[in-house]
Design a protein. Sequence first.
Length: 547
Amino acid sequence: MLLTAKGMRSVESDLQSWENPDYSFRWRGFLYLLGIPPGAASVREFSRLVASKGIDRALKALRGHFFMVVKEKQTHKYNCFTDNNGGFTAFHSKSAVSTSFLELVSYQGVTPSSLDRDSVLEFVNFGNVFSNKTLIEGISRIDRNQIIRFGPNGKSVHSKNLAPIDAGKGDFDYLQFFEKFAQSIKEYRLSVDLTGGVDSRLIAVLLDYFGVPFETTVSGMDGMEDVEIAKEVAAAMGTSLYVTRPSIDGLEESIPEVFRVSDGLNDVFKHYRSFQHNQNRVKRGVELALSGIGGEFLKDELWLQDFPFYTSKTSRLDRMFTMFMLPIPCKNDYFTGEYADSNQKLQNGTIHNLARYEMDTNTKTYDNIYYYYELPTIGGGFITAANRVLPSYAPMMELDFVQFGFNLKRRERFFNTFHRKTISKVNPLISRIRTSEGGISVSADKWEVGKDIQKYVWDKGTRLMKVIERRLFHGSYTRQPADHPELTNRIRESRLAKDAIELLKEEKILQGNVQLQDIHDAHLSHFLSFFLFMEFLHSNKGQCHGT
């Protein structure tokens, strides 16, 4: 979907629409109002809210991950916005709005001369670009708190005036939310992500508690802890479990399609496994996929760098950055001239940017950074890519759910206490099954809690040591990877990898003496993904369609 002041310029096959005499609504993604079926039924009710309250107030009731355009028929004005939780990414330039970064790049006729050097360095280091930036100067991601308006006087940007993360008193009724959500989706063929963790288990038991039928599914290799625990949980719950075993057959042939799905702003190879996983769901007739993204705000996962000191007045942004955000930075020796200078400044520059999110305690600061800085880019990127294959939704990313978690007492998030209480209440049997967090349960039973305490402390300590080890010795990731074990080797041996290094040398980004074997595994797929975007720019040269 691409919109200019002249109207809609392109339409995808998954574009949905509904209209009445006053308004025309078009949207992509998954959209609903609590207690009302998703799609047209919810939009019909939303139109009544728009008529009575105006768009600015009405849109705060919308749920899901979506991009919407509302045309006011009498004034010929367009109002464009994404969901209120940052789960669906869309973009804008001076003259256009699009649900696709690649489509907007093509429309603008962008060439390599418009690359944002700092963003390029972010991408090859992190595999993402943060702060609503993109790889191209003049094209930005639409913030969750923005409304883009087109009218006779051109384009303007307005605020939704959404409440901040620390608003509210933590009195959100999450059980009532799930009860109404279950009512909305009860007619859908659902697929729920189920791993060895606690967040996906929470989603599954709550839907089961409210009587919603669904399949469960996990992606990973046989014998992997997440897969084996998911089998135990699904069997105890009496639901079907489908396992997608990652394949690297035909890897290079499928990359163009995965590049399109990941939209040029994400690590293509990080999406490769989930792309296969979602394709399998489509083949089974799944209509909506649900994940536990957002459950991080209900536990202490975001605070691990300060474990167990969760009420400190001092935030360790440097520790958070080096341990969890970028434990293995790109070497300055990779790059030429100004790229090398920018890479050298990346850590201090990022920490400086993160300082604006500081709050009165360390854990509030880490939550704030994750919600506003990391989640829209990382979580939103994965959810949007999934939505290009089938409708996908993470209910715990909703703003009121996040505010609830943010305001929980520290002890409620420590030791998975919230998950323990909730899962034990709705399904005591499932709560006793081990998790991938050191083998602990999520049971509130005193006997189980007693057995879990030592395991919990050991797991946290072990994870911290592995993170430190990875930082010092550039070792492997802290958890067993779900990707195919030969994926990195296959990428490194591909023709694509060799071509990528040569092109980036020609573009004066990489030094002429850099060899493929010099690039660390942690960065290789980032460089290859950036190379694919550069190829896209070269193919786009001279094809400007807008101004």
